[in-house]
Ligand binder design. Structure first.
Ligand code: PPS
Ligand code: MG
Ligand code: MG
Ligand code: MG
Length: 356
């Protein structure tokens, strides 16, 4: 629940002209990106925006933290870009990066070369682990959502000795007020202002502010205790999570509302302010979860009072390198609902197995 919804800077409707400009920008962005989408070896999409975002975050972190030995675990690498047919794409990424850095006045002096950009992307090659400090970055989480003009997030976290101690989640298409069961694609149609930044530091709670810079407010996970009143989030993409298993779990719990399907770690952000009460994620057999898909989101939720575990109730372990080594899936809710959610998950998985 957003604690001070009476704060007018949050709930003011966006003026019509600004909304039109934003919609126009989105259309242009979408058209531009359709022609700049590439397929990675695992067949997932990557765009100039994924590479550009990784280059910028990596470059800025390294500039801002000159005294720290800088280790970054990030999703993208420059392998495909360094191939012969990657030159044109690298050129476009470099233009995008320089145009963006120019807007931030302190970086105007530095026009980056294509090699600087490739190097910045490759700073993200650290493997993570249980010792020292590692930044963890998903430069665009929910690339498919980004391409559809739906939800996506830029997700950055800091691991200290394998534990998440800081998380920042930028959700440019997430409405500032709420994203509930009846607002599945509200970023396209509502008058709400959009663009949220969530941030959490261990022991200090979770805060949200608008991406255009209002003052932060503290947010809290839903306090709902009766599952009949709860709504739940799951992946937009059926290929990323077993929707039929989530639906069986929700039915067993007595959840009445239909699932709210949104892309990316925006689900964790929305959950941290009480938009829904549960997040269920059950990837298809054989998929290995990466730490950059959950590190920032998990601290944003836990610092807001939530609990994040695997399907067996174990906390997520970010100390094992790039991958999360977990049992079956990821579930998130508040402390009150977790015991009954775990029971419903266990029973539904057993029923699924015995029906095979
Ligand atoms: N097969 C499969 N199963 C499970 N998860 C997968 C799978 N393939 C990809 N991914 C990862 O899902 C990330 C997108 O987040 P979500 O799954 O939460 O969003 S959604 O499906 O787009 O709704 C997405 O993150 P990005 O690659 O950053 O977009 C992937 O890391
Ligand atoms: Mg990806
Ligand atoms: Mg991701
Ligand atoms: Mg990504």
């Amino acid at each position: 629940m957003v604690s001070n919804v009476s704060d007018k800077s949050y709930v003011d409707e966006e003026p019509l002209t600004e909304r039109k400009t934003r919609e126009e920008k989105k259309k242009v962005q979408k058209a531009l990106l359709q022609s700049d989408v590439h397929s990675k070896s695992d067949k997932s999409p990557v765009t100039v925006a994924d590479y550009g975002s990784q280059a910028i975050v990596s470059y800025v972190l390294e500039k801002e933290l000159p005294t720290e030995s800088f280790l970054l675990v990030a999703e993208e690498d420059s392998g495909d870009l360094r191939k012969e047919n990657g030159q044109e794409t690298v050129q476009r990424i470099t233009e995008l990066v320089n145009d963006t850095l120019v807007v931030e006045e302190c970086y105007t002096a530095a026009a980056l070369s294509t090699e600087d950009v490739l190097r910045a992307i490759d700073s993200g090659k650290s493997e993570g682990g249980s010792s020292g400090r590692h930044w963890v970055l998903d430069p665009i989480d929910g690339t498919k959502g980004f391409l559809r003009g739906d939800q996506y997030a830029i997700a950055l976290a800091l691991l200290d000795e394998g534990k998440v101690v800081l998380g920042v989640l930028a959700c440019p298409n997430l409405p500032l007020t709420s994203f509930g069961a009846n607002k599945q694609h509200s970023s396209e149609s509502s008058n709400d202002k959009i663009g949220c930044l969530f941030f959490a530091k261990v022991g200090e709670g979770t805060y949200m502010q608008s991406l255009d810079g209002s003052s932060p407010i503290k947010v809290h996970i839903s306090a709902i205790e009766n599952p009949e009143e709860a709504s739940f989030f799951e992946s937009f993409e059926a290929a990323h999570s077993l929707h039929d298993l989530s639906s069986a779990i929700a039915k067993k719990l007595g959840v009445k509302a239909p699932p709210v399907r949104i892309d990316s770690q925006a689900k964790y952000g929305a959950l941290s302010r009480g938009d829904g009460a549960i997040y269920l994620r059950f990837p298809h057999k054989g998929y290995r979860e990466k730490i950059w898909d959950h590190a920032a989101g998990s601290i944003v939720v836990t610092e807001a009072g939530g609990v994040v575990t695997d399907a067996a109730g174990n906390p997520l372990d970010f100390s094992k390198g790039k991958y999360l080594d977990l049992d079956t899936g990821i579930i998130v809710t508040n402390q009150k609902l977790m015991p009954s959610l775990l029971k419903a998950v266990r029973e539904s998985i057993q029923e699924k197995v015995s029906s095979l």
